[in-house]
Design a protein around this ligand. Sequence first.
Ligand code: SAH
Ligand code: SF4
Ligand code: F3S
Length: 469
Amino acid sequence: MENREELTRQLEYIDKLKDTVRRLIDVYGRVPKCAVVTFGCQMNARDSEKISGVLSEAGFDITGQENDCDLVIYNTCTVRDNANKRVYGHLGTLKAAKKNKPGLKIVICGCMMQEQSVIENISKNYKFVDLVFGTHNIYKFAELLYRMYEEADSQIIDIWESTDDYVEDLPIERKYKYKSGVNIMYGCNNFCTYCIVPYVRGRERSRDAKEIIREIERLTDDGVIEVMLLGQNVNSYGKGLDNGLNFSQLLKEVEKVDGIKRIRFMTSHPKDLSDELIYTMAESDKICKHIHLPLQSGSDRILKDMNRHYTKESYIKLADKIRNTIPDIAITTDIIIGFPGETEADVNDTIDVVKHVEYDNAFTFIYSKRTGTPAAARPDQVDEAFAKVQFDRVLDAVRECASKRNKSLVGSVQEALVESLSDNDPSMVTGRLSNNSMVHFKGDSNLIGTIVPVNLHTAGGFYYIGDMV
Ligand code: SAH
Ligand code: SF4
Ligand code: F3S
């Protein structure tokens, strides 16, 4: 449930933090600088915007760099072990930095903090970290930061096992003026056997459609023209809500918001993807021609062990239906290689699906054992070298079909939302097509945030070169 009382409380803490910032200005002789460093997925990116919102409202300069600031916040991810390791790497560097700059404050939050073993490690071996909180109480950030600065003489750790509450309408500092993520649900109930997300993000909770629309309307007032609706499984949106809107109906409501020109969403679980959604996408002018549809594996045996609730055949049927109903749609996916018990034959099934669906792009991951998940307890973990070889086979197949698909729009004119100046050439801009491909073309910074027609004349690896029409 949305908790409005808590909102008032946290807004009061933001006011108190303003006094803290004034005090810090006296000490430093300048505005205190902070850096928010984000790991992980779009959900975490959105959470970081919430953290930045509080900091900015309180008066911090949020443009600081990790190696030159007075306060650094790590918003962590733990979906794979390498995400985890990177955080410890950064902390190691900061330990030395703090020796030279004792006033430096270090905060860690996010998914990794919801793991008991991590908390034990940080409280024992990383005492120089000033504040630790988790995913469920991120809305208490203002209060916790205030306590860190004004009351604490030792490390503060505040982790909750779960919550039914969420607090909306706290200040948010967006990374992009013209586009924004919007949470439509939190948590996950699917318990895929390899995955730690349900343990660190808690049970699935859908936000009320009216609240979502209200947030999107406010975003459009503030210049946003593209929204990405965020959830671990957006296709199960609305389960457990009284007003009964499902995901397709929610999309239709979002479409009615005048200022919105483009709608994206992440992520779609194949088991819950309805025909209604496919038709809604096909009929819509605003919903982008892109769907991220994680496959994970093409082997029925592995899919069953992963608890994914679909088969190779049903997945292929679904992908075919999507391609046949929505011309020019890009389908992207996630694939895990090296799940316990996986054999070369299983990987062949995965490659079959890759070749059949012809993904526009795919993120491939070597299976990472996550403590506490059912798959981690299996005795038949696969050999690392074997996984690497299989990974390369899958990657080859992915590259082949992606480069084929990435030529498909050459010669056509497509609308691009201009996102930035090109990295390599300041006389060019980079835009995103409806199908999520990028295009580079001549233009200047005035175009950023606008949608323009572009003639795509050349295909690069994963991008196009074009000319504005
Ligand atoms: N909710 C989304 C996925 C979120 S995690 C969905 O179900 O599609 C993003 C991706 O990380 C997953 O799709 C999966 O491919 C990958 N992943 C999750 N757990 C993993 C693990 N233990 N090892 C390797 N990859 C993993
Ligand atoms: Fe993880 Fe599966 Fe939930 Fe996705 S749907 S977050 S992979 S448990
Ligand atoms: Fe990582 Fe948490 Fe997202 S574990 S992938 S940041 S939900």
